[in-house]
Design a protein around this ligand. Structure first.
Ligand code: GYE
Length: 332
């Protein structure tokens, strides 16, 4: 009997090892408490979201949550309420919890080097989604997944240049900028300005931040209308600010889409509805559906696979006619 004992032990050890491997392989019963410790096989992703400032953001959050569930990734989600200090706190928490991967959509471009260095020192890979940072050290993050915001601004501007090519006098443009210091605000402004430089009649007479919100868009548009008797065009850096501005324009006795040409960015459902209804005139699309690609990247960087440094989202533009066609199938 004695002679069998050692082999029984061996069998027990082997069985335990097999069990552990088996759990790691299927690993779908964990609730997240052990996540990041590598004992359940499930990847833990800490994600710091900007906030809930717009329809775009809501659709982006839904996409990320759904894609994480679908991919079997344990998501730790934090809403920073549009404050950089909250995002820095969230990232530090993720580091402390030893998550496997950190992803975030930086509210502004500057001021991330210190916290990104902390993540790097803790050997936690970071993925930028949606918005970029201006860090000179590109080794602080693995990849940046998101749109080309300069291109969106340029497409908006090029459309306007074409529309106004017969204008013989000045065309007065007001601009509602996104959150001050954010990549989409900086880049959309830049792309638009570059495109309209093609026609010296096109002039930006006022430009101010509406913080990407409806309330901000309405309030700033009211000021624009009070200060400027002749406004021909509104370029809003997102649909929500454009939608807020509609209220101010109507209240001022003007007809949106006719008296004032309105161009926005995003193409969320409410924006597309306004475009189909003739209240907006043109939208440059910006896709919020980044979830599935993000989960794919999280798995790859966790496995130590090489990923491209930049992954650009595919996008299009919409006229009023195209919005009418696309609207019935628009999911967000
Ligand atoms: O256009 C705007 C949102 O970063 C691309 O943020 C995103 C922008 C989007 O609030 O609606």
């Amino acid at each position: 009997m004695r002679t069998y004992l050692p082999s029984r032990k061996v069998i027990a050890v082997l069985a335990a090892a097999l069990l552990a491997t088996g759990t790691a392989a299927c690993g779908n019963s964990d609730t997240g408490d052990n996540a990041g410790k590598g004992d359940d096989g499930k990847i833990t992703l800490g994600f710091s979201q900007v906030g809930a400032e717009s329809g775009w953001r809501t659709a982006n959050t839904t996409s990320i949550k759904e894609a994480a569930a679908e991919a079997g990734i344990d998501l730790k989600f934090d809403d920073a309420q549009q404050k950089q200090e909250n995002q820095i706190k969230a990232i530090r928490n993720f580091i402390q919890q030893k998550v496997d991967v950190i992803a975030f959509s930086p509210v502004v471009e500057s001021g991330w080097d210190t916290v990104l260095k902390e993540a790097k020192d803790a050997k936690i890979p970071v993925i930028l989604t949606d918005r970029a940072v201006d860090s000179a050290d590109k080794s602080l993050y693995k990849t940046f997944l998101g749109s080309d915001f300069v291109k969106e601004g340029r497409l908006a501007g090029e459309w306007l240049v074409e529309q106004k090519k017969a204008a013989s006098g000045p065309v007065n443009i007001v601009e509602l900028q996104g959150t001050t210091g954010s990549a989409p605000a900086n880049d959309r402004k830049k792309g638009f300005a570059e495109a309209i430089a093609a026609n010296p009649n096109l002039k930006i007479i006022a430009s101010q931040s509406g913080d990407f919100t409806r309330a901000g868009g309405k309030q700033v548009m009211e000021q624009f209308l009070k200060a400027n008797p002749k406004i021909d065009v509104l370029f809003a850096h997102n649909d929500d600010m454009g939608l807020g501005a509609l209220e101010a324009i109507t209240a001022a006795g003007k007809v949106p889409g006719k008296d004032i040409t309105i161009i926005t960015v995003d193409a969320v459902k409410d924006g597309m509805q306004a475009l189909a209804d003739g209240k907006f005139n043109f939208i440059a699309e910006c896709s919020p559906l980044l979830g599935p690609q993000l989960m794919d990247l999280a798995k790859k960087v966790h496995n130590g696979e090489e990923v491209p440094a930049r992954i650009e989202t595919e996008e299009t533009t919409f006229t009023q006619e195209q919005a009418k066609e696309a609207l019935p199938n628009r999911k967000y």
